[in-house]
Design a protein around this ligand. Structure first.
Ligand code: PGA
Length: 247
């Protein structure tokens, strides 16, 4: 069965000492055994947090698509693997928007991450002007067709999908539980047509975009929503704990 997942995304916030205090606080609680807890932390904190992260899995927020070489300032998948990083968030809308990442590039990154035995949290989602024209279903379908639909069924076992409507990220505006469910069902349908029943049933699909303690329970209760990718509300241990307990 697919997993319930509460994943945090700290973006370009926090430092190592914040991270160490944070994971200690979370680990002091008895976390529900049926929820996988992940946090995407800045690269510099990964090596310091993995050994103390306890029940939390540590994710990177990006990585380079090449194995190694003259790419000043970049971090490779093998470097992440060497410090026991378990997941890599790829295709976040901020990477697409500010760093011009395309689905083709994201696909290359996914291959590299999986070559090194890590799992991918693949983000997709439409901007506001697309939602306003009610073209979000086709928009997200095209994102998937150019990326994860080109993976194999075996590779899909290492992919978590996060649907994050861009208009809901960091804006305080959340998709309604019904809007989330409707897109998640659509995504699961695409998985069914592309990979078959098992992949469709086993792939966790997270919702992201202003998830907070006040709305997590209702969103997570929807049939095709398997958890959340949480930005702002994952920066406070109390609110992240509430979200972890919202399944
Ligand atoms: P938010 O961010 O929860 O602050 O809206 C979500 C994300 O960008 O993953």
């Amino acid at each position: 069965m697919r997993k319930n997942i509460a994943a945090g995304n700290w973006k370009m916030n926090t430092d190592l000492s914040f991270g160490q205090d944070f994971v200690k606080k979370i680990n002091d609680f008895e976390l529900p055994s049926d929820v996988t807890v992940i946090i995407g932390v800045p690269f510099l904190s990964i090596a310091g947090l993995v050994p103390v992260s306890g029940k939390i899995s540590i994710a990177a927020q990006n990585c380079h698509q090449e194995e190694s070489g003259a790419y000043t300032g970049e971090i490779s998948a093998s470097m992440l693997k060497s410090v026991d990083c378990k997941y890599v968030i790829l295709g976040h809308s901020e990477r697409r928007q500010y760093f011009s990442e395309t689905d083709e590039l994201i696909l290359a990154k996914m291959h590299k991450v999986m070559e090194h035995g890590m799992k991918v949290i693949y983000c997709c989602g439409e901007p506001l002007h697309v939602r306003e024209k009610e073209e979000q279903a086709v928009f997200v379908e095209n994102q998937l067709k150019d990326s994860i639909c080109k993976l194999t069924k075996e590779q899909m076992e290492n992919v978590i999908i996060a649907y994050e409507p861009i208009w809901a990220i960091g804006t305080g505006k959340t998709a309604s539980p019904d809007q989330a469910q409707s897109m998640h069902k659509h995504i699961r349908g695409i998985l069914l047509n592309t990979f078959g029943e098992n992949t469709a049933a086993e792939t966790s699909i997270l919702y992201g975009g202003s998830v907070k303690p006040a709305n997590a329970k209702e969103i997570f209760s929807k049939a095709d929503v398997d958890g959340g990718l949480v930005g702002g509300a994952s920066l406070k241990p109390d609110s992240f704990l509430d979200i972890i307990q919202s399944f």
